[in-house]
Design a protein around this ligand. Sequence first.
Ligand SMILES: Cc1cc2nc3c(=O)[nH]c(=O)nc-3n(C[C@H](O)[C@H](O)[C@H](O)COP(=O)(O)O)c2cc1C
Length: 188
Amino acid sequence: MDVLKAIRTRISESQLTGEVDDATIAKLIQEAAIWAPNHHHTEPWHFMVLKGKARERVGLAWAEASAREIPVDGAAREKYISKESQKLLRAPVIIIVSQRVSGGPVQVEEDHAAVSAAVQNLLLAAHGMGLGTRWRTGKMAYHPEMAKILDLPEDLKIIAFVYLGQPTLTDTSDRHRNLDGVIEWKVE
Ligand SMILES: Cc1cc2nc3c(=O)[nH]c(=O)nc-3n(C[C@H](O)[C@H](O)[C@H](O)COP(=O)(O)O)c2cc1C
């Protein structure tokens, strides 16, 4: 697919279905994500793939941890856990993309930019291969309990939960961006 067309027609999917084989997942990471621009070649990225029952296990552990922090018990707690634990089941594959945080503040910021670029490479490559994605973060990504559940080393910071699967949205024409004031030209 032409690059501009891929950029323009990629869309954040809410519900992803089907399966994605391991070779395709590896290809998205090895042939797209890690080719992002990266100042000083620090290669600050880390990819964890959650599939199958791992999504259920992590989802349930997260839901229970999250429920401990809010004032619910009894049936309401069970309902909350049941709903929260479904979140990772919205796609057959979740790629958790993290930044290895090291160096001074400039490196940290630039590495964050590089990992974000890696995520976008991944989203676009997946779209070009006919797959659907959604970049998600939210409480799940930033809560220290999630890092523990995933056994992530302390120097890894989650940048994205990339939900990946077969797309369900076909019409991407209603995506909208405001063009007013986006470009400031200076010619003299
Ligand atoms: C850093 C970042 C965090 C995001 N977190 C979430 C999220 O937690 N939940 C969600 O539904 N979408 C999330 N998104 C997706 C955006 O909501 C989505 O890209 C936006 O609505 C524009 O839609 P489009 O990607 O289809 O153009 C995130 C995107 C970025 C870049």
